[in-house]
Design a protein around this ligand. Structure first.
Ligand code: SAM
Length: 263
């Protein structure tokens, strides 16, 4: 995998593989080790430990946060779309209703590698993959695979929105909105501007930061709840670092967003 943005999918799987080995793990992800590969796990392990030592296990907390969000929204909804899915294994490891259709969209090189590594592992629900760049027109492909615009849906943008420019991110949100009935749900993580412009290892690939996610999602018709890592609902006893209040703009931070399309 040559493209560094594509490679981030395996970095995330590596962190989940490491989390899976912990006695106090926040979730179980038995396929993550295979999807990340031993070499990438070895490369990522010191960094993951550093984040843990600083009380900031971002990826583990984010994964668990969105696991819980998906499960709480999925009680009556049977279609889920994971955009920039990377090596996400939720189709294989969460207790979906068997009638659930789960669509994974990512770049063709990521999907190709993932499918070869999974080697026909059976999913718990109906899993469909759509290999396409999210900046292209993907909605037609989603509809062809069976997505129904008249039924409510759940959307997940985990670790992906900031790899797009603001224009591309807004186009994506507009497309999602057009495909969603009222009562649909959306989960996303958003970086603030300070974080996007930081010198974190991957920051040079981050193109979009926003300080007020509530306003961003409201502009597309979604009522958003926004929390920070470390808040009561987003620490799971592991994210011990406490961010200063949001009004303090000069702090690099990320937000966890759960939203409902207003009716
Ligand atoms: N959501 C996964 C997770 O949390 O493990 C993957 C996150 S990874 C940091 C970012 C993912 O976004 C990669 O799989 C990458 O290929 C995908 N991505 C970034 N830009 C994309 C684009 N323009 N079209 C499709 N996928 C994209």
């Amino acid at each position: 995998m040559q493209n560094k943005v594509s490679l981030t999918s395996r970095y995330m799987a590596a962190v989940r593989a490491i989390e899976h080995q912990r006695p106090d793990r926040l979730f179980s992800d038995p396929l993550a080790e295979k999807l990340a590969g031993a070499e990438i796990i070895a490369e990522i392990a010191p960094r993951a430990q550093e984040y843990e030592d600083r009380g900031r296990p971002v990826v583990a907390v984010r994964t668990r946060f969105f696991d819980d969000f998906l499960m709480s929204s999925a009680s009556s909804i049977r279609q889920v779309v994971i955009l920039g899915a990377g090596m996400d294994t939720r189709a294989f490891r969460l207790p979906w209703h068997p009638d659930t259709y789960l669509y994974e969209i990512d770049q063709p090189d990521v999907i190709q590698l993932k499918e070869s590594l999974l080697d026909s592992t059976p999913a718990i629900c109906h899993r469909q993959v759509i290999p396409i760049d999210l900046r292209e027109s993907w909605s037609e492909k989603l509809l062809q695979k069976g997505f129904e615009t008249k039924s409510p849906s759940i959307w997940l943008l985990e670790g992906v929105l900031y790899y797009l420019t603001k224009t591309d991110a807004c186009d994506l949100l507009k497309t999602i909105t057009d495909l969603s009935t009222d009562g649909s749900f959306l989960g996303a993580d958003v970086l603030n501007e300070k974080m996007q412009k930081s010198d974190n290892g991957l920051a040079k690939y981050w193109l979009f930061g926003f300080d007020e996610p509530e306003k961003l999602f409201a502009s597309f018709g979604w009522q958003a709840d926004v929390v920070q890592f470390g808040d009561d609902t987003a620490n799971f006893g592991r994210f011990k670092y406490k961010f200063p209040p949001r009004e303090v703009l000069d702090i690099a931070r990320g937000f966890l967003v759960t939203a409902r399309k207003k009716g």
